[in-house]
Design a protein around this ligand. Sequence first.
Ligand code: ATP
Ligand code: MG
Ligand code: MG
Ligand code: MG
Length: 492
Amino acid sequence: KEFTSKIVRRKFIDFFKEGYEHQVVPSSPVRPRGDPSLLFVNAGMNQFKPILLGCPDPRSDMASYRRVVNSQKCVRAGGKHNDLEDVGKDVYHHTFFEMLGNWSFGDYFKVEACAMAWRLLTQEYGIPVDRLYVSYFSGDTANGLPADEETRQVWLSMGVRPDHVLPFGMKDNFWEMGETGPCGPCTEIHYDHVGNRNAASLVNADSPDVVEIWNLVFMQYNREVNGSLRPLPQCSVDTGMGLERLVTVLQGKRSNYDTDLFTPLLSAIHQCSKAPAYQGRTGEADVDQVDMAYRVVADHIRTLSVCIADGVYPGMTGAELVLRRILRRAMRFSTEVLQAPEGTLASLVPTVAHILGDAYPELHTESERIMDLINQNEVQFLSSLKQGRRVIDRTLSNMDKNSAVFPASVAWSLYRNLGFPLDLIDLMLEEKGKVVDKKEMAVLEDEYEKLRLQSEEDDGDRVDQLDLHSLAELQSRGVPHTDDSQKYSYSL
Ligand code: ATP
Ligand code: MG
Ligand code: MG
Ligand code: MG
């Protein structure tokens, strides 16, 4: 039987709904509601945080939830869980992904949660037991946390081989939602794609051969603002499995981009571009970065579509600013590496809606608006690119011909005020045999970071508000500038 992504998603929901009386709860929008500790929804549990903390609104449905199942739209491109840098480089981290999850709020705990997960993976989805590895929390003295021996025993009692049950510390096996919020020890299930004898040593080692698929968190604490751990009023189970990674396993692929969640997008991109078809190369083998560009564009257009449908528009602060960077990154890879024409990104939106619209119908209803917004932003970006090129050329012509060092204040201002990607500035200068003054750049970045932290202390929600006026602020605060940079400070 063929495991299409639709069937895989459906089967997860039905398994918990029909088999174990879980209530199906729809995905929340990716814009967090009333939670300033988050830029985007980064896990299925976000919308259930009030229940975990023991204070759900008594008038809401939430107050009655005991067992819940859902498939949640997640974005990890900022804050504590930020995978933006990995996207395109590897084949299993996305900025947008779907998290399948089941919850027990003060109902079942470790034994039942592990047994359900194991049954679903090995019997319903038919994954061979030999390919699965599980991890448990090894404890942490600094936080006063004991090892989770109980979970180790649960797995062993279910017949999991001792050499497939592995201990890990805080980083991998103590899950935290953000700098503050619910947290607890977790146990994770990893899949060995290869059948290696040494697969155990590849667990949690950033290897594409052994990939984490499911995290079962035993919510027991809240991380307080002062960093301490406060025990929660009740013990809960919070699980999350990446749909894309699970589908990869079940479709017998090695890369999320080779599943039906991505292949239609990759061919649509190919149709628009002048590049050769996607070949799935990574790292050194991907010499011209064409395959990376395919992955970045396919990933980013999903994120853009989902975010815009949920009312997060590219802009100047917070999540909006992150989305703007994602859009510009997608544009650069599509125009410069894949040589796709203007309008390509928007033209991919119907394909995203076709792939995901059954699960998230807003992608269908909002698709016109998504396309319009992407096109508008594209026009803006191209015009600021032109403007930026002019500023760079003017600066170069005013510079001492023998100097290879480009004033950092100009680069900084292009970056902050025009949204010009820094690596693009580097590239454009490289063509002219120049480099940005790295020392001065570091000073500017440092100062900016200090200002940002200050503004965070002043008002927790206003991270990134400084972006638009940062240069003026820096100057008014007397940040050291070389004489050179004064000469080149344009109003952009
Ligand atoms: P990794 O270690 O691979 O970065 P994680 O430990 O950060 O994953 P969790 O916070 O435990 O991930 O999230 C639960 C599940 O969500 C993971 O087991 C994985 O299947 C999936 N997942 C997490 N991050 C991503 C991502 N960026 N793209 C796709 N799936 C993801
Ligand atoms: Mg991660
Ligand atoms: Mg992990
Ligand atoms: Mg994890």
